[in-house]
Design a protein. Structure first.
Length: 159
């Protein structure tokens, strides 16, 4: 009988189930003030399988963050996906409307940024930001529980 180590079992499971996220030939453009397209990402491809950790590395300005924002449907300003495919659990998501992306973010997909502390807006009270995250994820908890959670996290009150 052959013994399968944990790594081999994980690889076998990944091959059988396919990738959770599959990005093929992603192309992202931004429109400059003069109306011309600025090619930010060209032909980027990668896959993420169940149980796998992936780091996207590259030089500054190489399109790492832009690729991640394209996957999440959060391209800023004039950014838009102009080519390629983004599949989540086998379903094409690159053409979704914002409301459809909103349903996926936080429930089916998310991002751990390089500096997560920079993602809290110092102008907003922490309680309001915690409440927004809870509401976005359909966590039906009452004001008292939200307030306790916000206080525990940051010593602030939910409005």
């Amino acid at each position: 009988m052959t013994e399968m180590n944990t790594e081999n079992r994980l690889e076998a499971m990944q091959r059988a189930n396919g990738p959770l996220l599959e990005v093929k030939n992603l192309q992202v453009d931004f429109t400059a003030d003069n109306g011309r397209a600025v090619h930010a990402v060209r032909d980027s491809s990668f896959s993420v399988y169940p149980g796998q950790w992936v780091a996207i590395v590259g030089e500054s300005g190489s399109g790492k963050s832009t690729s991640a924002m394209a996957v999440l449907g959060l391209l800023p300003g004039t950014g838009h996906v102009v080519g390629g495919s983004i599949k989540l659990d086998g379903q094409e998501i690159s053409g979704l409307k914002q409301k459809e992306y909103d349903k996926l973010r936080g429930s089916k997909m998310g991002l751990v940024p390089q500096d997560p502390m920079s993602n809290l807006n110092p102008v907003w009270r922490i309680g309001a930001q915690v409440k927004e995250a809870l509401v976005a994820n359909n966590m039906d908890i009452d004001h008292e529980k939200r307030s306790s959670l916000a206080t525990a996290l940051a010593g602030d009150e939910v409005e």
